[in-house]
Write a protein that binds this ligand. Structure first.
Ligand SMILES: *Cc1c(COP(=O)(O)O)cnc(C)c1O
Length: 228
């Protein structure tokens, strides 16, 4: 199942890229394995999958030791400052930095680990109260400025979640907003490369607006069961 799903998703990404004149090789497909055990991750690894996404520190810790070390972990869930110590040693990318305090803590831990931690800033581009992320331009620039000066943090891009709706216009607007913010920050010399946007239901729209990292769970691993 996972193999067929992965192949289908990869094909869909490639087809969409060709249609809109983008190079599929520029897209990182992150297989979001939250709620699925390490066995599922290993199956995907055996199909050549290299990038995986997790939402909770505890789950990342549990799976990490069972999975080959050349896998790249992306932490994509809301991260409490006091949990950063579990995530920094394991994640190549942290997509969900939404506070200066969190960036400072990540920098502190990364320094102890002698690591250059790649991070993205999570931006709230929808009105949904359940979604996390930065909204204030001043705060965004403040954190970006901190990262620029810090030797243990590499701010590589921006991340967002589109609103959960069938209204494609609203979804696209959310992605456009992220792309424009990236351009704006790059105009101020921040040199951001990545746009982490697009999930199972909206990755084609995200590709149209310039996504470089897609975070796809359901289409690869199946519907999640949160009760187990
Ligand atoms: C769960 C999750 C995803 C994957 O969602 P699917 O709809 O299953 O593809 C992507 N990004 C974040 C932040 C998530 O929490």
């Amino acid at each position: 199942m996972i193999k067929e799903n992965l192949n289908r998703v990869r094909e869909e990404i490639a087809e969409k890229c060709i249609k809109i004149g983008r190079n599929p090789a520029e897209i990182t497909l992150i297989a979001v394995s939250k709620t699925y055990g390490y066995e599922s991750v290993l199956k995907a690894v055996n199909c050549g999958q290299k990038d995986f996404g997790e939402n909770w520190a505890q789950e990342l810790v549990e799976k990490y030791d069972f999975v080959p070390k050349d896998v790249s972990w992306h932490f994509i869930g809301h991260l409490q400052t006091n949990k950063a110590k579990y995530v920094v040693p394991r994640a190549e990318f942290i997509h969900s930095v939404d506070k200066l305090k969190l960036a400072e803590e990540i920098a502190k831990i990364a320094q102890k680990q002698n690591k250059l931690q790649k991070i993205l800033l999570e931006i709230k581009t929808s009105e949904e109260a359940t979604k996390h992320g930065l909204t204030s331009e001043k705060e965004i620039e403040e954190i970006a400025g901190f990262c620029k000066e810090n030797p243990n943090i590499n701010l590589v891009g921006l991340m967002t979640m589109a609103p959960f709706t069938d209204d494609e216009k609203k979804v696209s607007q959310s992605f456009v907003q992220l792309r424009l913010l990236k351009d704006q920050l790059n105009g101020k010399g921040f040199g951001l490369k990545e746009l982490s946007m697009g999930m199972t239901g909206d990755f084609e729209l995200a590709l149209e607006e310039g996504a470089t990292m897609l975070r796809i769970g359901t289409a690869i691993f199946g519907t999640r069961n949160y009760s187990t």
